[in-house]
Design a protein around this ligand. Structure first.
Ligand code: SF4
Length: 456
């Protein structure tokens, strides 16, 4: 998912959020929503679909306020549908709060049960709504929203970056391991923006200030910007899959663009797994920068071999297998002018289930490629993610169940190689990372059902 928030009295905060969400659309296409706070109340508009499908000009004109939050969703927990669309809202006495969440919480089943027993109504099965109601519950008890957020943070576990709005203040907070990203930007001299990625700051003309720190709660209101450490930070575990696949190439993390990291991954991959070939191509979009890096390192020409239909959502984040298989054909086509009669290196960002790679390899061979060598700019995905990326259950992860040679055979490639974990770490900024989908070393407790073998 992607989250966005803006505090800018006197500005058109709904439209700023709309454009911010546009820049984050790659993070989720199932639903979109905006909430605005106008000093007296909070108004929410959300629905299934892309940002451009959900909001009309009239909708945005009706959303007047001094602050706003927004959300684009892809479902990892709690199914889809209208009720799973965010922001969620909760009524605390006569105050409405709206919450938008990127990530997944791992321990909400028990919390939800307790809240239901206490008479709290739920509209969806999502972990995000549990967080919203939990904050509401503790706020009622303490009489202070910031205390409510802090207490909720003490109870919830997992990966989360959240933005929360009440009628006269905007809050942003992040899990104590810093798994999911969240940045702060300045909008001129009087406005502030928070967003999942810096590309959403750029589109609205905000300048990057800093990351929201792991465990930090930021509050923005007429009184300015305030920070408090809601939870002590734990060992840093930034999601490395953001660098490999999820974030947009023009996003900057720790002073480095995602593009430059992926380019380096391609160069490193070429050092680790060179091959004799005539052309290097990337699988659009995230495979393009590493393909350029691979070509630069080997001296093999880089060219376009696959054309993407940009108006079809990314296949990886559509919910069913059937739709995914449909999706590949709808979204990619091989360019036979370039690949026919050539030995092709195809660089891609990951192999999750293997079905997409298999179809692309077949497509390239049907277009005349004489050999297809697949190079992946990250290690084998062997473990499911519980912190907000839909890498699926373990039995569906092809590398959890097959050797590299067996995967090569399954996808029909002439050779297959993955970037090593050490190689990948050399290409990204130095900090603490979560790399659990490659290693199984989970930085935060995982659901008991998984440990008990239920997801296997
Ligand atoms: Fe990211 Fe993988 Fe960790 Fe999930 S398990 S947070 S995808 S690195």
């Amino acid at each position: 998912c992607g989250v966005f928030g803006v505090w800018a009295p006197g500005r058109d905060v709904a439209r700023i959020t709309y454009f911010g969400l546009h820049a984050l659309q790659h993070r989720g296409q199932e639903s979109a929503g905006i909430a605005v706070g106008n000093g007296r109340s909070v108004l929410v508009r959300k629905d299934r679909g892309l940002v451009s499908q959900v909001f009309t000009d009239a909708d945005l004109s009706a959303l007047n306020g001094k602050a706003a939050i927004g959300h684009v969703r892809y479902g990892t927990a709690g199914g889809g549908g209208f009720d799973a669309a965010q922001p969620h809202f909760s009524l605390i006495d006569d105050v409405t709060i709206a919450l938008a969440h990127n990530g997944t919480l791992v321990n909400t089943t028990g919390v939800r049960r307790e809240l239901v027993q206490m008479g709290v109504p739920f509209r969806s099965e999502t972990d995000s709504e549990v967080a919203c109601e939990l904050i509401g519950y503790f706020t009622k008890k303490s009489g202070h929203l910031r205390v409510g957020i802090r207490h909720a943070m003490q109870m919830i576990e997992g990966g989360y970056a959240m933005v929360l709005l009440r009628e006269n203040a905007l809050y942003a907070f992040r899990d104590p391991n810093g798994i999911r990203p969240l940045v702060i930007g300045a909008l001129g001299t009087e406005g502030w923006v928070v967003a999942s990625e810096t590309c959403a700051l750029d589109i609205v003309g905000a300048t990057f200030v800093r990351d929201v720190r792991p465990g930090e709660i930021v509050r923005i209101s007429d009184g300015g910007i305030l920070s408090e450490q809601g939870l002590e930070p734990r060992p840093e575990a930034q999601c490395i899959f953001e660098d490999v696949y999820f974030s947009r190439p023009d996003t900057v993390i720790r002073g480095r663009s995602i593009y430059s990291m992926r380019y380096e991954m391609g160069r490193q991959l070429a050092r680790e797994a060179p091959v004799d070939a005539d052309l290097v191509i990337g699988v659009p979009d995230s495979g393009m920068p590493p393909a350029e890096g691979y070509a630069a390192q080997t001296g093999i020409p880089f060219g376009e071999g696959l054309i993407k239909n940009r108006y079809v959502a990314r296949t990886f984040i559509q919910p069913t297998q059937e739709m995914r298989e449909m999706g590949v054909r709808m979204k990619l086509n091989a360019l036979s002018d370039n690949v026919a009669g050539r030995r092709v290196v195809m660089v891609d960002d990951s192999i999750v289930r293997g079905t997409t790679s298999k179809q692309i390899v077949r497509m390239l061979k049907e277009a005349g490629a004489t050999e297809v060598h697949v190079r992946i700019n990250c290690p084998e995905v062997k473990w499911p993610c519980f912190y907000g990326i839909d890498t699926d259950v373990q039995r569906q992860l092809i590398s959890a169940n097959k050797s590299v040679e067996e995967v090569r055979d399954y996808i029909g490639a002439d050779s297959l190689a993955f970037l090593s974990l050490e190689g990948l770490r050399r290409c990204v900024p130095e900090c603490g990372y979560c790399d659990a989908c490659y290693t199984g070393r989970y930085p935060v407790r995982i659901p008991e059902a998984f440990s008990a073998g239920k997801f296997l």
